[in-house]
Design a protein around this ligand. Structure first.
Ligand SMILES: [Zn+2]
Ligand SMILES: [Zn+2]
Length: 305
């Protein structure tokens, strides 16, 4: 991310400012920080504030069903619960007390995970599929990634909450976006915007196009249009990211493994990184078993026994 920043923005920004931005980025991304967590909540309050202030009461007046209008609030309650679990639940920290047990959970594939590897910080042999999170400074069982938006690692014990968090968050964006689009269409129909005409250079009466309608709506409801634009953009980004995570679940891969394999395509034989062509995913045991593993992580099953 930093190299991209240096290439794209670097040449047009003074050096002192680059240094300040780099330090800020390092602090925000490479150290635990509540910045993105708070930013996420502020954006949510802004979207829901606008929805509650203008879209909800106006849609009610236009005769929209109350159950449809309340759906975003139901989703936000579910999302808050999953968000709280993601932020506070232990993602699967490896400690001397559970280390021996976690070593037995997954086999070493000999490519991505080697039996002989010891974490230099935690001084413990790394269980297969674990990784040391440099942000949190701890080894995590079935490490997926460190999420700045929840300020926590995503690992074996909280990935199910993370997936439900993504689903409810995407649902919220979809629900708010759908109601708002319906509201704007209804306003355009009620005010006969779609039948409006303008006189062209030849003196003929011509129906206005969609761009005129959007422009008119934007001038009448600027805050709603801004909120809708942001919500739709968020929805498409989230929906793609959520779909990617469901693909990982079905194939029993972690983001960390996917990323390592993706980068391994260009590596040479003598490179220490794994070769994708010879990697067979030994953790993939069929879609149903893979999903079960997310719902009921291996560590918990062993604890019960
Ligand atoms: Zn470690
Ligand atoms: Zn972490």
């Amino acid at each position: 991310m930093q190299s991209l920043y240096l290439k794209v923005i670097g040449p047009v920004i003074p050096q002192w400012l680059q240094l300040v931005v780099q330090l800020a980025l390092r602090r925000l991304i490479h150290q635990r920080s509540s910045f993105f967590l708070v930013l996420h909540l502020v954006l949510e309050v802004a979207v829901y504030g606008e929805y509650s202030w203008e879209v909800f009461p106006s849609s009610l007046e236009l005769g929209f069903r109350r159950s449809i209008l309340l759906l975003p609030y139901i989703l936000v309650l579910g999302k808050m619960y999953f968000f709280y679990q993601c932020c506070t639940k232990d993602p699967g920290m490896i400690s001397p007390s559970n280390h021996k047990q976690l070593l037995k959970v997954y086999m070493y594939d000999g490519i991505l995970y080697q039996q002989s590897h010891v974490c230099p910080t935690c001084k413990l042999a790394k269980p297969a599929r674990s990784k040391h999170c440099r942000v949190c400074n701890r080894c995590i069982h079935r490490f997926d990634h460190h999420c700045v938006w929840v300020n926590n690692c995503i690992g074996a014990l909280n990935i199910r909450y993370f997936l439900l968090y993504l689903v409810t968050l995407s649902g919220m964006a979809a629900a708010v976006g759908t109601v708002t689009v319906r509201f704007l269409i209804q306003v355009a129909l009620v005010s006969n915007l779609h039948q409006a005409m303008y006189v062209n250079t030849d003196g003929e009466h011509v129906p206005v196009g969609i761009l005129y309608i959007v422009q008119k709506l934007f001038l009448t409801f600027p805050r709603i249009l801004f909120m809708l634009g942001f919500t739709l953009l968020t929805f498409f980004l989230l929906a793609g990211y959520t779909a990617f995570h469901f693909y990982l679940v079905m194939t029993n891969q972690t983001s960390n493994e996917w990323y390592k394999l993706k980068n391994s395509c260009q590596c040479h034989i003598d490179n220490s990184r794994p070769d994708k062509r010879i990697w067979g995913n030994i953790y993939h045991r069929g879609i149903i078993t893979n999903v079960k593993e997310i719902i009921s992580p291996e560590t918990e099953q062993k604890k019960i026994r």
